[in-house]
Design a protein around this ligand. Sequence first.
Ligand SMILES: *Cc1c(COP(=O)(O)O)cnc(C)c1O
Length: 442
Amino acid sequence: MTSRYQSLPGRAPGFTYQHSRRGLLRTKGPLVLHCEDLSMTTLAEKFGTPLYVYSGETITAHHLAFDRAFRDIHHTICYSVKANSNLSILRLLARKGCGFDVVSGGELERVMTADRRAAKRVVFSGVGKTREEITAALKAGILLFNIESESELWALAECAGRLRTKAPVAFRVNPDVAAETHPYISTGLHKHKFGVPVSEARALYAEASGVRYLRVRGVSVHIGSQITDAGPFGEAMSRVADLVRELRRDGHEIDYVDAGGGLGISYDQPPAGTFPQQVAAYAAALVKPLRDLKIHLLLEPGRSIVGPAGALLTSIVYKKSNNGKKFLIVDAAMNDLIRPALYGAFHEIIPVTLHTDQIAKSETTDIVGPVCETGDFFARDRTLPVLEEGDLLAILDAGAYGMALASNYNTRPRPAEVLVSGKSAKLIRRREKISDLLRQEL
Ligand SMILES: *Cc1c(COP(=O)(O)O)cnc(C)c1O
């Protein structure tokens, strides 16, 4: 066996190769990729492909790693629902006492459906909250509104006034910190649409505290996503800490600091250290500037909780070669997982079954879907063992911004999702049917 395949799943601990056993004598068969204790081959047979497979153990372990890393400071983890909003995943996290970061009325409704009691641990972010969404969140009794403009503040005050209630407010400040990530998911610079400039924050807090239906509670920040260096997080947090001191001097009660999400994961190589070690480094950077402030820290991780916990299982439909350029055409496509097409993102792709004789031979190939777009690829010039039509592939680290960004482009029904826990697999979303897609149309 090549050590490459043995070591790869170290990044996604829920996915490991194990020898299959066959026949009455249970002789050792080929190595087969498993999610926890279930073989991906069995899952493909039972649920079909393309299929999103999640390791429940990984999700809860990553949530626990956050909880432990921040044990020395009062904190609430508010999982960012937009990374993966499946109700069963929300329920799994809610049962662990997790809170939620929502960016729409729809996401709030998902949280309420998963666990109504979690509403008091919900923070509401986003630049364009409508009055309907604000009103629903006020009625639900959420923990905090992260406000991103003066206009939005007045909309919140108006909605709260109508309900004769007091809305808990934080402003999301834009710390003007550059973070190394893809430009589409970097959010902490002045040129981005997010937050209010730190220089204008004091005036806005003064305005908010004069309104009867608003209660100033905290300061929020979120500098972007897929950030793997702790430096920018620490930098943003020290600007926030300075602002908290100023605001307190101005007489505001600042109990909460919301640090946002954004901790990156390793898509292309084994990370430096285990996940708990990575979170510990992140925690150290965040907590240091806040040490003497006695605040309650809110955290909004999304990708780092669910990303490595999910794989997209797909099967090879055809092999073809155009003038020597090789392609594996699989039954998943950009509508199921758009990250490679949208961000040029890298995903590790591994065969589900490793036959000893296959591993010896390898070939370089593109892995593409059936959608009519050149951007419909999962990998280019990837070296894999020689595979055949009908073989299964696993696209790793697909648990975050995978299914959540899936669409029906090319009138393709979205995949089913299963949540694995030890030896059991639960279908948590049925595969769509074409009739589901046509139903809305007149
Ligand atoms: C997207 C987002 C998050 C989650 O980001 P991850 O990179 O998935 O951790 C958290 N907070 C806000 C405000 C967001 O927009």
